[in-house]
Write a new protein. Structure first.
Length: 238
């Protein structure tokens, strides 16, 4: 039998369902949910401190109830815990948004909510060490790895842009220019959300094919150069 190091240090009471262990698990659940929510709130995401706290707390309470009922009701299964996972999944799906610029918003936050719910289940089950290890891994994933991801993304040979031309007649000029630079358009799609704005707006998937661009240029530098064209109203990576 594998013994949880933290529960072994705290004592046998921490593994049982009693007032002290329930208070401990609920407190740890709320604190960890709060810390994850603070990280999300600091980056101005819609799901912030209270949302993550409530998701974590609900999961913890669900599995505590299942454990209690399991000891007092013969044949009881972990139905509340399973229901909480399904509920969190529904919440995370509804938190993902598709913008008019073909962007997906809230995907990381929605997965973070789901992971926070799993942490709530773990701490409610008395798996203190697993919960803390997973918590630190989650915090690192949310706060540290985006910098690494951004660097790799900026050096990739493939990227997507939101392009606004001052007039539809300039599209041919733009396509000819980027081909000369060593770029290939993999996909282009007109954005109908801007059809009454007077601008010609497109979504483009682009591949860097030129050897010089592959060696020395980042996406930011390429987009900055394209943005300097007189007929480009706005361009940004998505």
């Amino acid at each position: 039998m594998i013994i949880d190091p933290i529960s072994d240090l705290l004592g046998a009471w921490s593994l049982e369902i009693n007032l002290c262990s329930v208070l401990l698990r609920v407190a740890v659940s709320v604190i960890l949910g709060m810390l994850i929510g603070c990280e999300r709130s600091s980056k101005r995401h819609a799901a912030g401190l209270r949302t993550f706290m409530l998701v974590s707390l609900a999961s913890t309470v669900a599995i505590l109830m299942d454990q209690y009922l399991g000891k007092n009701a013969e044949g009881h299964m972990f139905l509340l815990s399973a229901a909480s996972v399904v509920g969190i999944a529904i919440i995370t799906v509804n938190s993902v948004l598709f913008t008019s610029r073909n962007q997906i918003k809230g995907l990381t936050t929605s997965v973070g909510l789901w992971a926070c719910g799993i942490l709530g289940l773990a701490i409610g089950a008395g798996l203190y060490t697993i919960t803390l290890v997973a918590f630190f891994a989650l915090i690192c994933s949310l706060s540290l790895f985006p910098h690494v991801e951004g660097y790799l993304k900026n050096r990739s040979n493939h990227f997507e842009v939101h392009l606004e031309l001052k007039n539809i007649a300039y599209l041919q000029n733009f396509v000819a220019t980027i081909r000369e630079l060593g770029l290939t358009i993999d996909d282009i799609e007109a954005n109908t959300a801007y059809q009454n704005s007077g601008l010609a707006v497109y979504y483009l998937a682009v591949t860097i094919t030129g050897k010089e661009l592959r060696k020395y240029k980042t996406h930011d530098e390429i987009i900055s150069a394209l943005g300097s064209l007189e007929y480009v109203n706005h361009i940004e990576e998505i």
